[in-house]
Each structure stands twice: as structure tokens, then as C-alpha cells.
Design a protein around this ligand. Structure first.
Ligand SMILES: [Fe+2]
Length: 398
């Protein structure tokens, strides 16, 4: 599938091949077969905050975005998501709840909705979320029947930790064709109607604050500072690589040959990769779960010390954590990585450093990358030219 035959779109005064520019991974989720076990893993151990319950699960966050991670009960989610005419999209191995990318304006969302309709891609949902987050959103069925979302303007949870009350969400099921009121005006109108801004959900943690983490006490010895990259096992490598590049506008950073097949690392920003595309035959070769089409979900921790502490903490809490299951040549751009397995066997890629690309879009030559022995991590690291660069974490950790 190509994009619309060379047509150019005006995106904020710049001519692009599609009417939007993906800026970052916004959120991601899993459908869990044992919800309580996975809740403990993601919220109690990894430290996502619960923003609010969401029908069959929880919206979770690590920063101000209303949700950066969603965890749903698989049985309840599947019963709802694949009911009626959506039954044809069901695949047992697809237990990613959604793969969601941010664009930068309401106009991009409106034009993106037309673009996908014009491409003949089946749209699942459009308009504005009424169910938490209040973002303008567009869900489509992507190749391999993955649930792909674009959004603009997700609600920010501020200093007081309260989510936006349900009565203030202004959900809508049609992409906007007219300019929208700014949120501050909608909220002023709602307050005048007598709705309280404190009617929303506020999470109260009961976890003991046992660890000193760079000057703050936390329930775990590390802090998630970024979500992604997302890595997928796909049916047709070339097709999925092209779809992400041509239809969505991802840039190919590099491909890696391994055991006679290839994988691709694609980006939407200056990070080496935001997305990885891997052939399904590698699930078995790498010893990863063959029950899921997700290869891994990345979580960046604040620094190398925290990454080391996370490995020990998770193992002490009964989590399987491996440092050598994915060979270093299959995670270029990330140096030290630990792979933690959730109760469903999903692979969580914990790391602290992501290579940053400059204006010329060239990754660091392989021979100039840090040499990593996955089974022998040094006490301290020498800095690289791009250590502690890239998008910083905004606001306090917790
Ligand atoms: Fe979403």
C-alpha cells in the first residue's frame, strides 16, 4: 500500500507526503490474561501510576500524560473489542491493546482521518475520546490487525494528581471539521455550570517508600522516564516496513541482517528508533514467547545506576530478567538493556540510553558504538557524545 500517489499535504506550511507528522510514541498497552498478576507487575513493581480505572482495566502514566500505558483484562477487552463486525480482526496472538502515536494539532487529526478513509484503511474510531484522556484520536486497523492510534492533545495530569472529571470530557465520535474551543474555555464553561474540577479520579498509593532514588523516596529503586520503543513481530517484513515508512512517515535508521533475515529500526524523532519490525520466525530463534506478536515494549529508566538497580529489584521480586536474551547487534542504538518478562511472557526492554541522530540522519557507525558484554556490566560508564541528551523528562518524577 502506498500513500496517495505523490500528493503533497500542507502541514503547518510545510509540504509533506501525508497530512500529519508523528512526533513520538504516546502510549501503548497490553491485554493481560491474569489481570491481577500483570497489575502488580506494571503498577507495583515497574511503578506506573494508576490514573483511573477504564472499564476492563486501568489507564496508567509515568508522567503528565493521562496515560502512557494501558492494561486491560484480556477476556473482557476481547469480548468488547471484537464483537460484531470487528470479529474478523481478531487474532489470538494480538494482545497489544493499542500502539499510539502523537501528532501536533487538531488540524492534523482531522486531515489524517480523511487520509486513512481515502487510503481505504478501516477506521475503528475517530473524533475525541470520551473515555479518559480527552485526546482527539483516530484508531485504525493496521496490517496484521494491530490496533494503531494517532492522537493530539492528551489531558495532562497536573500537580494535584486529579484526572479530568467525566462530565468535563466532551467526547465526540466524528473528526472535527470546524475549529474547536480551547480546553480552558470548555473548562470555564463547565465550572460555570457547577461541575467540580475535583470530581475526577485521584490515585492513592499504599506502597512503602523504601528506596532512595537520586534524592527522592520511591517504592522501587528506579523511575520510568520514557515509554517505547515498540518492537513488533510481523507476518510480512517488507510490507510492514513499507507501511510504516510510506503511509505513516517513519524514517528507516538501519536494518540488521541476522541468521538470513532482516529486522528494521525506524524512528519518528531524533532517537535511533521508536519502532522495530522483526520477522515472526525470530520468536523461536530468540527464545521469546510465540503467543504474542509483540517482541518487546521499551521503558527508558532515568540512568544507568537505576537500570542496574532495577535488574536486582525485579529479580528479588520474582520477575524473570535476562540481559543476554537479545544479542546486542539486535538492539543497536541502545547499549545496556535488561529484558524483564511480565506474567504473560511479554518482553519489557529496560534501558537508559538511546542513541540520538543529528541533522544528517546518520546513525553512529557500528565501530564507534559502545562495546557491550551483556553479562558483564561495568560499575560506571564513560559518557558518550549523546549521553543525557534527547527529550528530557518534564516535571518531578513522582
Ligand atoms: Fe489510546
Amino acid at each position: 500500500m502506498a500513500n496517495l500517489n505523490g500528493k503533497k499535504f500542507n502541514v503547518g506550511g510545510v509540504a509533506l507526503d501525508r497530512p500529519f507528522k508523528i512526533r513520538r510514541l504516546g502510549h501503548f498497552g497490553f491485554n493481560a490474561s491474569d489481570f491481577e498478576a500483570s497489575r502488580r507487575f506494571y503498577f507495583d513493581l515497574l511503578g506506573f501510576f494508576v490514573t483511573e480505572p477504564a472499564g476492563a482495566g486501568f489507564f496508567g502514566r509515568h508522567a503528565g500524560d493521562h496515560h502512557s500505558f494501558a492494561l486491560f483484562d484480556k477476556k473482557k477487552f476481547n469480548e468488547r473489542q471484537y464483537a460484531g463486525h470487528n470479529a474478523k480482526h481478531f487474532r489470538e496472538e494480538n494482545d497489544i491493546n493499542q500502539i499510539t502515536w502523537q501528532v501536533q494539532s487538531v488540524a492534523e487529526m482531522a486531515e489524517a482521518t480523511k487520509y486513512f478513509h481515502d487510503l481505504g484503511v478501516e477506521v475503528m474510531r475517530e473524533g475525541r475520546a470520551g473515555g479518559g484522556g480527552s485526546q482527539f484520536h483516530l484508531y485504525v486497523w493496521a496490517p496484521d490487525e494491530q490496533i494503531f492510534e494517532l492522537y493530539y492533545g492528551i489531558e495532562q495530569i497536573s500537580w494535584n494528581g486529579y484526572a479530568r472529571p467525566v462530565a468535563m470530557r466532551h467526547g465526540n465520535s466524528i473528526a472535527p471539521s470546524e475549529p474547536q474551543l480551547p480546553d480552558y474555555q470548555l473548562i470555564t464553561n463547565d465550572i460555570k455550570k457547577g461541575i467540580s474540577v475535583l470530581d475526577g479520579h485521584r490515585w492513592v498509593s499504599e506502597l512503602a517508600l523504601k528506596y532512595r532514588v537520586d534524592g527522592v523516596l520511591l517504592p522501587q529503586p528506579f523511575k520510568i522516564t520514557r515509554v517505547g520503543p515498540v518492537k513488533l513481530f510481523v507476518d510480512d517484513y517488507e510490507k510492514l516496513k513499507r507501511w510504516h515508512m510510506e503511509v505513516l512517515g517513519f524514517t528507516l535508521t538501519e536494518e540488521v541482517d541476522w541468521q538470513g533475515e532482516r529486522c528494521a529500526f525506524l524512528r519518528c524523532d531524533n532517537e535511533h528508533h521508536s519502532l522495530g519490525i522483526f520477522p515472526k520466525s525470530w520468536r523461536k530463534k530468540l527464545g521469546l514467547s510465540e503467543k504474542t506478536s509483540n517482541m518487546s515494549f521499551g521503558l527508558q529508566l532515568a540512568n544507568y545506576q537505576q537500570l542496574k538497580d532495577a535488574v536486582k529489584f525485579l529479580r528479588d521480586n520474582g520477575v524473570r530478567v535476562e540481559t543476554d536474551i537479545i544479542p546486542p547487534e539486535l538492539h543497536p542504538g541502545i547499549d545496556y538493556a535488561a529484558y524483564a518478562f511480565d506474567p504473560d511472557g511479554h518482553c519489557i526492554e529496560l534501558y537508559c540510553y538511546m542513541e540520538q541522530l543529528g541533522w544528517d540522519g546518520k546513525p553512529r557507525p557500528k565501530e564507534l558504538r559502545r562495546k557491550v558484554d551483556p553479562n558483564n556490566w561495568p560499575e560506571m560508564l564513560e559518557p558518550l557524545s549523546d549521553t543525557y541528551t534527547g527529550e528530557p523528562f518534564i516535571g518531578p518524577w513522582a
